[in-house]
Write a protein that binds this ligand. Structure first.
Ligand SMILES: Nc1ncnc2c1ncn2[C@@H]1O[C@H](COP(=O)(O)OP(=O)(O)OP(=O)(O)O)[C@@H](O)[C@H]1O
Ligand SMILES: [Mg+2]
Length: 232
């Protein structure tokens, strides 16, 4: 695999008559690279992530694990991605936590019993093993975010697209998630406002402003100072 995720001159709009929300984005994320996606509210972070799973129409080329995304490849592309929605409610489908997390594997052809076994370790790592039989819709926001994360990580995909993964987590949960993500081999593109959190996970910061890439920072010194410099 040459790249985990590539955007070539990508513009995306929600409706044909709208102005593009992201414009002329070109960037490569290589296998195992962990990249933060920063920018103000409305700058286009979620849209950029959505476009990679075919949820927003776009012009240009998006490739996932070297496969160009199209109608024909959409299914295959989605199977290489663990996706976390910013609003966990949007991706929780089943009446019990264990069924919800296992479904990621079941849709890839794993039997129900085997899937339930296989998701145990990731549920333990995210501290939700004791919630297995609960209804996801009756959990706290942070617990729900953990369930959605377990679903995204369960199949061990080569690319993780995570929209504000730490938003609802308590400080201990953030610390544990940062450690967990840093221990994985997957490439990651993490949209967030939580600079302290992503600094522990990512070694590259991409900053969007009004739908274009304003900065692409790999220098560890500049990453370390990122928020501090911003506030001056
Ligand atoms: N479903 C939609 N239909 C039309 N426009 C949308 C839709 N979702 C988002 N937009 C617009 O697209 C632009 C980018 O939104 P997006 O959600 O990608 O921003 P973001 O960087 O993720 O912001 P935040 O930090 O608030 O999550 C905004 O101007 C927003 O109003
Ligand atoms: Mg967003």
């Amino acid at each position: 695999m040459k790249t985990a995720l590539t955007y070539q001159n990508v513009s995306a709009r929600y409706r044909q008559e709208d102005r593009p929300v992201i414009r002329g984005i070109s960037l490569d994320i290589v296998p195992e690279e962990r990249v933060a996606l920063l920018g103000l509210n409305g700058s286009g972070k979620t849209t950029l992530l959505y476009s990679a799973v075919g949820l927003v129409p776009f012009d240009g080329v998006i490739s996932v694990c070297d496969i160009p995304l199209s109608r024909a490849t959409e299914r295959q592309v989605r199977d290489s991605i663990g996706f976390l929605f910013g609003i966990p409610d949007d991706q929780i489908l089943f009446p019990s936590v264990i069924d919800d997390v296992s479904f990621t594997l079941e849709r890839r052809g794993v039997s129900r019993d085997e899937a339930r076994q296989k998701v145990r370790p990731v549920m333990e790592m995210l501290g939700i093993e004791n919630l297995a039989s609960r209804s996801p819709h009756r959990l706290s926001h942070g617990q729900m975010q953990r369930v959605a994360l377990a679903g995204a990580l369960a199949a061990n995909p080569p690319l993780l697209l995570l929209d504000e993964p730490s938003a609802a987590l308590d400080p201990v949960g953030k610390e544990e998630l940062a450690e967990l993500l840093a221990s994985l081999d997957a490439a990651m593109f993490i949209a967030t406002h939580d600079i302290d959190f992503v600094r522990r996970v990512c070694n590259r910061f991409i900053v969007l402003a009004n739908g274009v890439v304003a900065e692409d920072i790999t220098d560890p010194e500049r990453i370390a100072r990122y928020w501090f410099d911003r506030k001056k």
